[in-house]
Design a protein around this ligand. Structure first.
Ligand SMILES: NC(=O)c1ccc[n+]([C@@H]2O[C@H](COP(=O)([O-])OP(=O)(O)OC[C@H]3O[C@@H](n4cnc5c(N)ncnc54)[C@H](O)[C@@H]3O)[C@@H](O)[C@H]2O)c1
Length: 334
């Protein structure tokens, strides 16, 4: 297959390397020309300087070159750049191409998932060119995938044939791919688990124990599921890899930038300082306001997400965040 990866961050590069090793013809595109120059000159990524990327991997800063003649376009930029990336690609899209989002977020202005943002931005082009739009999500840290460490992921699309087509492309000895037609549920899990991971980091930063972290993961899942079911998603999605799986890895892994940002907040850094220290987009912080608006819109209570909101946007201290969650008045039924 001919595949382009739009976005040269850690996740885009890890997937590019994996697909290249699987024998696909892969090109990486970035809106930032210096990134392409660095990759072309060194065949390494600045975050993984010790990993040599395959010689066959191609790089371009030209959007037409990236889109032309490709079977699949993988959109691998952080959520704030999804719309602008879809807009850049739009004039060069060709009939029957499959667009796959791997970003995890909710657009603040519209409350759209990432594939909904792409669909909205492309408008009538989607049916005119018979484009298919899918999402890949799950417990998948780039730091492990780039080292070919076994990983699982969900290929999500309302059209099962497209989900299975993507499954075939990504399945190899290091990656096992499952399918799910509940794309909204899969994407909601990917966006909201990052907020729970911030809370998990805060608990670590406060030197709290494992009991409360187990409670956080369990109750975090209950909260995400409650909202998802109200939004029409399938309950089973939340107990699968995109839900429980991704929540576990994000809340516990040293590779999670949301968890790292939370640790710093727990240690007394401001949310702004912690995001700066982490140095990359912290999707959990971006997702808080849209999640709060979804809670308002649906009337579904999100106690953990509200508590994280109180620390990030309302000046509450990390210890106050936990006290708030332990209050007797908080919801305590299943
Ligand atoms: N890193 C992971 O392990 C991982 C795993 C699964 C999903 N994701 C999701 O994938 C998405 C990308 O994550 P990442 O870790 O690769 O992020 P990253 O911070 O490493 O990516 C930054 C990249 O985004 C692109 N970019 C920056 N500014 C841009 C702009 N103005 N316009 C267009 N592109 C721009 C550049 O190519 C840059 O390298 C996120 O939504 C993340 O949640 C990441």
């Amino acid at each position: 297959m001919k595949i382009s990866i739009l976005g040269a961050g850690t996740w885009g590069i890890a997937l590019a390397k994996m697909l290249c090793i699987s024998g696909h013809e892969v090109t990486v595109w970035s809106a930032l020309a210096p990134e392409i120059e660095h990759l072309t000159a060194t065949h390494t990524h600045p975050i993984f300087p010790d990993i040599q990327l395959p010689e066959e991997l191609c790089y371009t800063a030209d959007t037409e070159t990236a889109c032309k003649g490709r079977d699949v376009l993988l959109i691998a930029v952080p959520s704030p750049y999804i719309r602008s990336t879809a807009r850049s690609a739009a004039p060069f899209l060709e009939k029957g191409q499959i667009l796959v989002s791997v970003a995890k977020g909710i657009e603040e202005a519209t409350l759209f998932s990432m594939t909904e943002v792409i669909e909205d931005e492309l408008g009538p082009l989607v049916s005119e060119k018979d484009l298919k739009i899918a999402a890949l999500s799950g417990p998948t840290h780039a730091e492990e995938v780039i080292r070919s460490i076994p990983t699982t992921i969900i290929s999500a699309c309302s059209d099962i044939d497209t989900a299975q087509f993507i499954q075939e492309i990504f399945m190899n000895t290091c990656m096992r791919v499952y399918t799910n037609t509940d794309i909204k549920g899969v994407e909601l899990c990917g966006a909201l688990k990052n907020i729970i991971a911030l809370a998990s980091g805060v608990l670590s930063g406060l030197n709290y124990g494992d009991n409360i972290k187990a409670a956080l993961i369990t109750r975090g899942l209950a909260e995400i599921k409650r909202l998802g079911v109200e939004l029409g998603c399938c309950e089973q999605t939340f107990y699968g890899l995109a839900g429980m799986g991704d929540l576990i890895v994000t809340c516990l892994s040293v590779h999670s930038r949301n968890y790292k940002a939370g640790i710093l907040i727990g240690k007394g850094y401001s949310p702004q300082e912690s995001a700066k220290e982490v140095g990359m987009v912290v999707e959990g912080i971006n997702a808080i306001k849209p999640a709060m608006r979804l809670s308002e819109k649906t009337g579904v209570e999100l106690p953990i997400i509200s508590a994280v909101n109180s620390v990030v946007y309302e000046g509450a201290s990390p210890a106050e965040m936990v006290d708030r969650l332990m209050q007797r008045s908080m919801r305590s039924e299943i």
